[in-house]
Design a protein around this ligand. Structure first.
Ligand SMILES: [Zn+2]
Ligand SMILES: [Zn+2]
Length: 241
């Protein structure tokens, strides 16, 4: 079980089924320490919410019982300049910003060269803390080696997204891409982050099947996983404890 899971979608994403309160109660039951709400940005056609939803997240207590509740977003890269679908002001107000391409937005696949350039620009913008599922290159091909290198150099976390390892989301490229990403992070002495991409409470923090099947295959070791090091993660996200 992950101690910290920052990749959680609520009903506000339009295609997820649980509420913030339900996630908090589930996290309590699972003895997790920190969860992060990260609904899809307003550029996602399915999202039910606009920027104001994300702004008002700060009115939710930072801690509910023993559970720390961080407020974030899974934003969308929307152009070749690496811009994302939220304002600079919102970037500053949220605890953390995750981003990548998503099919249900105005950005359509522009080929590996352009997609890589857009992602590198997003990484260099200083607005993004985590690149979600970078190893999933099926819909938006990118140069995973270059992206991983650039993310490490700019202190942007690379995500192992659990939802991409099962069902029809796992592709021939998933394991080799993820392994390359992890190898590059190790080379730079950087950690990666694991996110569940939960769309309902039963997916929250559950890394058991992934750990059993893929951890060894990917050469992933506990010392590389920043979810195991809350202090280091909070420092990186500039969150006061
Ligand atoms: Zn995503
Ligand atoms: Zn997601």
């Amino acid at each position: 079980m992950l101690k910290i899971d920052l990749h959680i979608h609520t009903i506000a994403s339009g295609h997820a089924q649980s509420t913030i309160l339900e996630y908090i109660e589930r996290a309590k039951k699972l003895k997790m320490k920190t969860i992060g709400i990260a609904d899809h940005g307003p550029g996602d056609f399915e999202a039910l919410v606009s920027e104001i939803y994300f702004k008002t997240l700060e009115r939710i207590p930072r801690k509910v019982g023993n559970i720390r509740v961080l407020k974030g977003i899974e934003a969308n890269i929307i152009d070749a300049q690496g811009n994302i679908d939220i304002s600079e002001k919102l970037v500053e107000r949220l605890d953390y910003v995750m981003a990548n391409f998503h099919a249900e937005t105005s950005y359509k696949n522009k080929g590996i060269k352009e997609n890589t350039k857009a992602t590198i620009n997003a990484i260099r913008s200083g607005k993004i803390d985590i690149i979600t599922h970078p190893f999933a290159t099926e819909r938006f091909p990118i140069d995973i080696g270059k992206i991983s290198d650039e993310a490490c150099k700019n202190n942007v976390l690379l995500e192992i997204n659990l939802s991409y390892f099962f069902g029809n989301k796992i592709k021939d490229s998933t394991v080799p891409n993820a392994k390359l990403m992890i190898d590059i992070a190790r080379k730079h002495s950087k950690k990666i982050i694991i996110g569940s991409d939960a769309h309902n409470i039963w997916e929250l923090g559950d890394d058991s099947a992934f750990m059993k099947k893929f951890k060894k295959m990917l050469g992933l070791t506990n010392n590389l996983i920043i979810n195991n090091y809350p202090r280091e993660l909070f420092k990186l996200l500039k969150i006061n404890e």
